[in-house]
Design a binder for this molecule. Structure first.
Ligand SMILES: O=C(O)CCC(=O)C(=O)O
Ligand SMILES: [Fe+2]
Length: 333
């Protein structure tokens, strides 16, 4: 099946100065009309190297409860490791189209190169192509769906994971102790060593009408949490107190999104963040979210330790795959 990629549409649109009708969001979504420009507090930035680790825990708990998102600095992933990981990802998207199509996402598959085919309820499309593949745990990886070019692709991803996995574990511990629980509780409740990490690379080509289009429409992630590195073209927006606010680009920071599964496990103490992304008139924006997900058959619900008569369960308990099915098909949970 021939699929039209946004990258191709973009190269035609840039000459015309307009975008196809199906990319023009309805007014209540258009970034030109809905981006908040008033004074707003900035997304919390948390320095993980602070000597007072109790303070770090407090800041993470506060950010996860108030915002559902924060940026971490001094996180232990070397800058050159991130740069190389980003370089190889960008290289893939700059390959000739037929090369990319070799790993095109097949219907029903989660992994592969793709473009959102289904229109959203309002009939609109988003200005992005993407690549999905798992990056952890090693026994779960299918290298057939990984880019073969550049040749350093696999090494750069392995190297990124070498640092990302300990960071994920560390964040699990802060978030667990921050709920008054033993440090291993949240990780175990998310599948322990069977927890999966799914990489998505978003490629947002330049767009002649960034005021009208969206890269990714408003959503919450269904992960436990998501760790994202963007390139230096800003575009992430977060819904805070009913306003769409820009996330500031901080070189070398990692952006941590609380996803639906942490909201559920914490019985609502941590908030899964509504976010979306905008696109740029002249520059290609890219982002590399890693979704930390429970195994499909794991049952997730509010942790019993957090449910009391005064604080009854706010969410249903169900298998992650059932949650995912409802979310993807827009069926109430
Ligand atoms: O590009 C971004 O900054 C956000 C992407 C995102 O939210 C997603 O792919 O789930
Ligand atoms: Fe997201």
């Amino acid at each position: 099946m021939e699929v039209e990629r946004v990258q191709t549409i973009a190269s035609l649109s840039n000459n015309l100065g307009t975008i196809p009708q199906e990319f023009i969001r309805s007014e209540h979504e258009q970034p030109g009309k809905t981006t908040f420009h008033g004074p707003v507090p900035e997304l919390p930035v948390i320095d993980l190297a602070k000597p007072d680790q109790y303070q770090v825990t407090r800041e993470i708990v506060e950010a996860s409860s108030e915002w559902g998102i924060f940026q971490v600095v001094n996180h232990g992933i070397p800058e050159e490791v991130v740069k190389e990981f980003q370089r190889v990802g960008r290289h893939f998207f700059e390959l000739p189209q037929e090369e990319k199509e070799k790993i095109a996402k097949q219907p029903g598959m989660k992994e592969g190169y793709g473009t959102k085919l289904h229109r959203e309820p309002e009939g609109k499309k988003t200005w992005v192509d993407f690549l999905y593949h798992n990056i952890w745990p090693p026994h779960f990886l299918n290298y057939n769906i990984w880019p073969q070019s550049p040749p350093e692709y696999r090494k750069a991803n392995d190297e990124y994971c070498k640092y990302l996995v300990p960071l994920v574990d560390r964040l699990f511990e802060y978030l667990s102790t921050g709920l008054g629980l033993e440090k291993n509780v949240l990780k175990e409740a998310s599948g322990g060593d069977n927890m999966k990490m799914l990489l998505k690379i978003n490629y947002y080509p330049p767009c002649p009408r960034p005021d009208l289009a969206l890269g990714v429409a408003a959503h919450t992630d269904m992960s436990t949490f998501t760790l994202l590195v963007p390139n230096d073209v800003p575009g992430l927006q977060v819904l805070k107190d009913d306003h769409w606010v820009d996330a500031k680009y901080i070189p070398n920071a990692i952006i941590v999104h609380i996803g639906d599964q942490f909201e559920i496990l914490s019985n609502g103490k941590y908030k899964s963040v509504w976010h979306r992304s905008t696109v740029n008139k002249d520059l290609t924006r890219m982002s590399w979210p890693v979704f930390c997900e429970p195994p499909a058959d794991l049952v997730i619900g509010p942790l019993p330790q957090l449910v009391t008569d005064e604080n009854p369960a706010k969410f249903k308990t169900k298998k992650f795959k059932d949650y995912e099915y409802c979310k993807l098909n827009k069926i109430p949970q």
